[in-house]
Design a binder for this molecule. Sequence first.
Ligand code: ME8
Length: 515
Amino acid sequence: MTQRYTITTPIYYVNGAPHVGHAYTSVAADVIARWHRLDGHDVFFLTGTDEHGQKVEQAALAAGVDPQDFVDRVSADFRDMARAMNVSFDDFIRTTEPRHFRACAALWRRLREDGHIYLGAYEGWYATRDESFYGEDELVLRPDGTRVAPSGAPVEWVTEPSYFFRLSAWQDRLLAFYDANPDFIGPPGRRNEVLSFVRQGLKDLSISRTSFRWGVPVPDDPDHVIYVWWDALVNYITALGYPDQDGPLWRFWPADLHLVGKEIIRFHAVFWPAFLMAADIELPCRVFANGWWTADGEKMSKSIGNVVEPRALAAEFGVDAVRYFLLREVPFGGDGDFSRRALISRLNAELANGLGNLAQRTLPQIARNCGGRLPSRGEVTTEDRALLAQADALVDTLRGLIDRQALHEALEEVWKVVRAGNAYIDHQAPWALRKTDPERMATVLRVLADVLRQVATVLQPFMPDSMGRLLDQLGVPAADRTFAALAVVLEAGLALPAPHGIFPRHVEAAAAGTG
Ligand code: ME8
């Protein structure tokens, strides 16, 4: 049976426009989803928007729009951003959809009937900007004497009747679960953070509000709406048809990977598993947290307003250059700083001069000196064999790295081959062989074409459009671009389309030469 693979992004709040931070997690998830598809797996890739809560209600009010109209508009904008960034989701869930209300109600009733949810009263600190409750001991004292959330968000004291999830009952079982599943949380720093949070002791979690209306109503108690985080987490099973656990999509549960930002690891690695354990539903296999991007050294956020717009970048530099930059610039899991200068420098050094150059030094020579047909490999030398072996090993090496979400290392492995390819062509100088030894020239160019094919094939998940174009130029039929198809040797003599450059160098108009 085909192996299946389920991956999710966070569902994004619709209180503001999408920015490069959202694009980042979505593009990373897309790379992993595409990787698994090319590896022959049956993939379910879920993304979407989180449309409830006070923050969204306030944003709609501020815009003077009805909340539903507001969320329709902003959700469509997130979907458009995903499309523009070439994010190949299989489903885009919205928490205002009827299917989601149904799933929430079913899960709520189940937990309530089994005694995991009870009615009490909530008193405590709430930060609307984070949609999060904080303990007294978590607040940070500012120089002006006010106390704020650890994120810097203002907090207010809230007193209201509330339903609670009996989180305190799950502490030991959660710790036992982390112990038995050391790979459940990545990267390791985040795992330690979660472990120490849980070890400190878990308090019951307030999961309903009565102070505003924009949410999923609590079943059988319409004065309450469900706390937005409870509702949001349920999206992952709504999309798979919950409560229809006999339905066609349920086979995609449990998720193989929830990809999230580091600030929401606690919700995914503590609260969500506890809800699922209480409902006797299998737990996801892994939660991995990416780090945070700043912009030119400053925190970037919808609330502050210094956002980098991913679609504008894609329009200017090409979507693949942006995807590449985001995943190459920082070790996945760590924090990064976005700047145009850094993007342009990688685009020029690694895409144009690195990979682009390797293709540009190979394909036009085949066009000119081999009659535009794929040359045949004659006798191979030790150097040929070494380069080919390095390229052939890429799929296996990358598979292991992508399983650990080491996306930056995966790219580094590919670029080792790109650099080796450029060194090889310098050394072999096929252009000089044209007159002296055309047969050897043909072999060298064929070795390079085969190396480029390996490279382009494994890079498809990262840069789908441009690698598609490179594979076109290499004569690889669309149906033969999977990893398994790498075993199919292309026949010599195959007519190749006219070559054209894939990564033009970028020169800054205003400050030419400083990129
Ligand atoms: O937290 N750098 O939604 P959200 C890197 N609705 N990643 C960033 C980023 C940045 N500067 N800014 C945002 C929510 N992200 C909830 C999630 S899930 C059941 C509910 C990415 O709109 C990162 O993945 O605030 C982060 O976790 C997510 O966007 C938060 O998006």
